[in-house]
Write a protein that binds this ligand. Structure first.
Ligand code: PLP
Length: 386
């Protein structure tokens, strides 16, 4: 079997950036718990403080607003569960969009089933953006909402959500807004203060840092109820010895992503369009999800009629191209894409969805490899399925 050579699954996890790997090792080799008062501890604390300052600066926040976590899932849970628990006595309502990642939507369902939260799942339009009129009507009718969680950019389509408008609607009704920016942070500028959000999640391994580090940005006035109890690190919001090496790597990865963002966005958009055009030419009836909206530059979600995602992905992988079907965070199980269904797609469209996500290591050669294979792979998959 040929070894996979074109990695078009950056949204699942990005290759480690050399700067981030070096930073990780540099700090991990040093001894010291950042909470200890001796020289070793103070040394570790210095690395952690520097990472916190840099992450804050790169994302338009203050250092005190950066709460390091183990990743995006933990940051989302802190904001959604913690935000709801902190305000639910007076405001039992919670709103999440229909296209949220499971880290948000499953948490909201759990709050409803186990803790009596009044959950409203805000629908999206057929192009994948939250329906603002519906959201506004809901907020007018229900004064008891504590938190709204709507992602910055979708993990399947890359569609950007109207965060500014959502924050405006919410602030009229005194509601806090959290946004999952796990997919967005590597690809577009994030200005936490400018956004008006109460909280925002990021994840290291989507940016090129190792797995095991992420952060929740939380305004000073927002103190989510912690779900872990212990040594009161991270403003008492997230107990546990902080991963200083991971934090340093996250800062390095983010620095490198932000430095190259403008040129990278243009380059990735060009490559993505080539892929998109070639898929359309091979199967004119294929449907590209979210193309009417502003999208992250490297995301492409497409349904190819008459195929099943797993069959196409398997053939591509055998030939050396790695892609995915919808969300990659479902324990390896390929089901119907929840995002396609939420956008009004059919079961058939949801089961034939393919996600190609490009990132900083993607080259023209990677795209050429995919372009060469796709027509034959689609033809075979359609013939086998017919
Ligand atoms: N949120 C979004 C939008 C994601 O795409 C992912 C992972 O795919 C997560 C959250 C979870 O992040 P992590 O893998 O760091 O827990």
């Amino acid at each position: 079997m040929r070894v996979t050579r074109a990695y078009l699954d950056h949204a699942a996890t990005a290759p480690l950036r050399p700067e981030a790997g070096e930073e990780f090792l540099r700090v991990a080799r040093e001894l010291g718990n950042p909470n200890a008062i001796h020289t070793f501890g103070r040394n570790a604390r210095r690395y952690l403080d520097e990472a916190r300052e840099e992450v804050a600066e790169l994302l338009g926040a203050e250092p005190a607003e950066v709460i390091f976590t183990s990743g995006g899932t933990e940051a989302d849970n802190l904001a959604v569960q913690g935000g709801w628990f902190a305000a639910s006595e007076e405001r039992p309502g919670i709103i999440v969009s229909a296209v949220e990642h499971p880290a948000v939507i499953e948490t909201a369902h759990w709050l409803r089933s186990q803790h009596g939260a009044k959950l409203h799942v805000a629908p999206v339009t057929s192009s994948g953006a939250v329906d603002l009129t519906g959201l506004s009507d809901y907020l007018e009718a229900d004064a008891g909402v504590s938190v709204i969680s709507v992602m910055w950019a979708n993990n399947e389509t890359g569609v950007l959500q109207p965060i500014r408008e959502i924050v405006e609607l919410a602030s009229r009704n005194g509601v806090r807004v959290h946004s999952d920016a796990v997919q967005a942070a590597a690809h577009m500028p994030i200005d936490f203060h400018g956004s008006g959000l109460s909280a925002l999640s990021i994840s290291g391994h989507k940016i090129g840092a190792p797995v095991g580090i992420g952060a929740l940005l939380a305004q000073r006035e927002f103190t989510p109820t912690p779900h872990m109890h212990g040594g009161l690190q991270e403003r008492g919001i997230r107990s546990g010895t902080v991963n200083a090496a991971g934090a340093a790597a996250l800062a390095a990865a983010l620095r490198s992503a932000v430095r190259d963002q403008v040129e990278e966005a243009a380059r990735l958009r060009r490559l993505r369009e080539q892929l998109q055009d070639a898929i359309r030419a091979a199967v004119p009836a294929s449907r590209i999800w979210g193309e009417e909206e502003e999208r992250l530059p490297g995301h492409l979600l497409v349904s190819v009629p008459g195929t099943r995602s797993e069959a196409v992905l398997f053939s591509l992988d055998m030939a050396g191209v790695a892609a995915s079907a919808g969300s990659a965070c479902q324990a390896g199980v390929v089901g119907a894409s929840p995002v396609v269904l939420a956008m009004g797609g059919t079961e058939e469209e949801a089961r034939s969805a393919l996600r190609f996500t490009l990132g900083y290591t993607t080259t023209q050669a990677d795209i050429d490899a995919a372009l060469e294979l796709l027509p034959t792979v689609f033809e075979r998959a359609r013939a086998a399925f017919a």
